[in-house]
Design a protein around this ligand. Structure first.
Ligand SMILES: NC(=O)c1ccc[n+]([C@@H]2O[C@H](COP(=O)([O-])OP(=O)(O)OC[C@H]3O[C@@H](n4cnc5c(N)ncnc54)[C@H](OP(=O)(O)O)[C@@H]3O)[C@@H](O)[C@H]2O)c1
Length: 213
């Protein structure tokens, strides 16, 4: 497949790019800091750009089969750039008839299938209070994905870790048995995101995934 990856310069994004290339996909990365990627491959194209550049985004999305976004707030993020960027990605996908969108998010972007869980409820209250801008961007981005009209999957993530674990992850919703809201290995995340390019089980859904056991 011909993929575009946003958020490829983050810790999980690098793994996704490497795995996609190893699986034989052709990958285009759109990033503000391309030098952070440190991956070279004949099937990889890296384009420098900002999320405010709707034309640049449209140019990389055109004639591709799917988009994976791992965009998320970092120390460098400010204002509403992440939500603006997600809206531009969606607009470009609709214009160029690229249907499949797989985007990471967090359980703070609630889903009707979630059940009440006290520890999680309190954690979201703290995030809302201490990281207001990140929270608003996440919720607005998730809303844009849900209303996109595309074949979307919103993959909601707990705390990520670099410690390797065995895929596949447990999948469900907040409050589902087997879902651990505080642990997911980045290698398991990468495997799950790439596997979504083939399956349709989670299309139009927003699962929470976590390490098993
Ligand atoms: N870390 C966690 O525990 C955790 C928990 C729940 C959900 N998540 C979500 O999981 C995903 C992957 O997490 P991660 O920790 O591996 O990623 P990360 O290291 O935080 O990387 C985030 C990516 O988003 C990009 N980005 C952020 N703001 C941007 C902006 N304004 N313009 C352009 N690019 C921007 C970053 O680009 P630069 O490299 O240029 O900064 C980077 O590529 C993210 O969506 C994150 O929100 C993470």
């Amino acid at each position: 497949m011909r993929l575009v990856v946003f958020g490829a310069t983050g810790k999980s994004g690098v793994l996704v790019v490497k795995q996609a290339l190893a699986d034989g996909h052709t990958v285009t990365v759109f990033a503000r800091n391309p030098s952070k990627l440190q991956v070279g491959h004949p099937s990889l194209t890296v384009v420098r750009g900002e999320l405010t550049d709707a034309t640049g985004i449209a140019n990389v999305v055109r004639e591709r089969d799917a988009v994976i976004s791992l965009l998320g707030p970092t120390g460098e993020s400010s204002g509403d750039e992440l939500a603006v960027g997600m809206r531009s990605i969606i607009a470009a996908m609709r214009t160029h008839k690229v249907k499949r969108l797989i985007a990471t998010s967090t359980p703070s972007a609630a889903d009707p299938a979630d059940r009440f869980q006290l520890s999680f409820f309190l954690a979201v209250r703290v995030i809302k209070l201490l990281q207001r801008s990140a929270y608003v961007n996440l919720v607005q981005s998730a809303e844009a994905v849900r209303n996109s009209g595309l074949d979307w999957t919103l993959v909601r993530l707990p705390m990520l870790t670099d410690q390797e674990s065995t895929p596949p992850p447990a999948s469900g919703y907040v409050g589902s048995s087997g879902i651990k809201l505080f642990s997911l290995s980045r290698n398991v995340l990468s495997d799950f995101l790439i596997s979504q390019l083939q399956g349709s089980v989670w299309i139009h859904k927003a699962p929470v995934i976590s390490n098993r056991g």
